[in-house]
Design a protein around this ligand. Structure first.
Ligand code: HAM
Length: 452
């Protein structure tokens, strides 16, 4: 039987996984610099968490969720986003009661949407996101934008476009929705079936329609900016001013309405087109929400956040040849010359690992040539050769893979010798018996560790 990947899913393996980790680590460290704490919430949630409102108009909730009954007949959903789960977690753990506001969460993990797979669009994909909850302020809104903007810039995206829009408060949106209903009702029969439904559920969603003929009709629709009440307008003006002051360039795009129902006030998305013209859709997006925490059973607290799609970010970095540097090298490949040396090679590799070096040994009979090919494939800086003579003399031969220089080193001197080879490099102690101080020291595992 031929086992295929589930449509819309993909493996992330070997070198590619290293690039993903490098991207994710950058996001995590920046979020931590901004004072966000990690939230790891379950992938499985009760479906009602996402189907809070039977009139929800988002495609995500209406058409794209992986929902099924478990063996006890409970309806469960594989999370289609992280925001609702973070909101639920804050409410379930009563963080709103004890926390010093805002509550700042970041998360990373797989989310699931039944979308039509294409470049940059999967059915299981990774999101990194942050939520800033508890203080209804443009400073919280702008902080999430600055954080997301700087994260993408630090990855090397040059011609990044940040598009922002203001959906206003509930009063402004209701007035605008009324104007949209008035505008679209006479022409709705010319539009796609989805738009017909959107008109009933949430006419704002029509603005997001991707059908080319509909897009033409949408061009003449009323503009949100004409329906913002005074306080929403002032808030948006102040948000733009603060963004300028912190040096984040943006453009206002009234077409950005976002695909989820919970937003109000500022919403934003990142667009990036590769040098060759590849556009895989928004790299990330987010916005402000007023009612989500209340909708999941908590107090009335505002929030704001964004999520990035890691696959889209990776694919565009790759396309433009700007993937982050990853350490794809290893320190040592230990090579037994003959079967009787395999045990010693294995023990030496383990000793080096305990000293904190990346080491591997060959554990099957291989020719010299094949072992060197393996060392090259692993980008090993040094080969350690152990043959009958070395076994007899209690020594190893260390060969610098770059200069080809070879030195015989007594087993008892091996730790000091290899530490000297890496004299300017920092390495970590992997001995689990104690907390390694990071300072230079003789370790209980017999090794010599730390910064020199
Ligand atoms: P979203 O715009 O639905 O927002 O998703 C965020 C990002 O996830 C998108 O910009 C895109 O990069 C990525 N993404 C979405 N769908 C796919 C897909 N099928 N395949 C690959 N990548 C995809 C949210 O999820 C909100 N929860 C963001 C947020 C946080 N708003 C407030 N806080």
């Amino acid at each position: 039987m031929d086992f295929q990947l589930v449509k819309g899913t993909h493996d992330i393996i070997n070198k590619e996984a290293k690039y993903y980790s490098a991207i994710e680590s950058l996001f995590i460290s920046l979020a931590e610099v901004y004072g966000y704490n990690e939230f790891r919430t379950p992938i499985l949630e009760y479906s009602e968490l996402f189907k809070r409102d039977k009139n929800d108009s988002s495609d995500m909730v209406r058409k794209q969720m992986y929902t099924f009954n478990d063996l006890s007949n409970r309806s469960l959903t594989l999370r289609p986003e992280g925001t609702a789960s973070v909101a639920r977690s804050i409410v379930n753990n009563k963080l709103y009661a004890e926390s010093d506001y805002p509550i700042k969460a970041y998360y990373l993990g797989p989310v699931f949407r039944y979308e039509r797979p294409k470049a940059g669009t999967y059915r299981q994909f990774l999101q990194f996101g942050v939520e800033n909850i508890g203080i209804d302020s443009i400073h919280a809104d702008v902080e999430t934008i600055v954080l997301s903007f700087r994260a993408l810039k630090m990855l090397g995206f040059e011609n990044l476009k940040l598009k922002i829009n203001c959906l206003g408060d509930a009063e402004s949106r209701n007035n605008y929705k009324e104007a949209l209903v008035k505008f679209f009702t006479p022409i709705i029969d010319k539009m796609c079936p989805d738009c017909k439904e959107r008109l009933k559920l949430n006419p704002l969603r029509i603005l997001d329609c991707k059908v080319p003929e509909d897009k033409e009709l949408i061009k003449d629709a009323p503009k949100m900016s004409d329906y913002l009440n005074a306080s929403s307008k002032t808030r948006f003006e102040n948000t733009k001013k603060l963004l300028k002051e912190v040096g984040v360039p943006f453009e206002v795009d009234e077409g950005i309405v976002r695909g989820l129902d919970y937003y109000s006030h500022i919403v934003y998305e990142y667009e990036y087109i590769s040098k060759s013209g590849l556009n895989v859709g928004a790299l990330g997006g987010g916005g402000h929400y007023d009612n989500l925490i209340k909708e999941v059973g908590g107090p009335s607290l505002a929030g704001v956040g964004f999520a990035f799609g890691i696959e889209r970010i990776y694919s565009l970095l790759k396309e433009d040849n700007i993937l982050p540097n990853i350490d794809d090298s290893s320190d040592f490949m230990v090579m037994p010359v003959g079967e009787e040396c395999i045990d010693r090679a294995f023990i030496v590799a383990d000793y080096l690992r305990m000293l904190g070096y990346k080491a591997d040994s060959v554990i099957e009979k291989k020719s010299f040539k094949a072992m060197f090919r393996k060392a090259e494939k692993h980008n090993a800086k040094f080969a350690i050769i152990i043959g009958d003579n070395e076994l007899k003399n209690n020594e190893v031969i260390i060969k610098d893979m770059h200069t080809q220089e070879q030195t015989a080193v007594k087993n008892k001197d091996l730790g000091d010798y290899v530490d000297n080879l890496f004299i300017n490099e920092e390495h970590e102690c992997h001995c689990h018996d104690h907390e390694c101080s990071g300072e230079e020291h003789e370790c209980c595992c017999g090794g010599h560790h730390g910064k020199k």
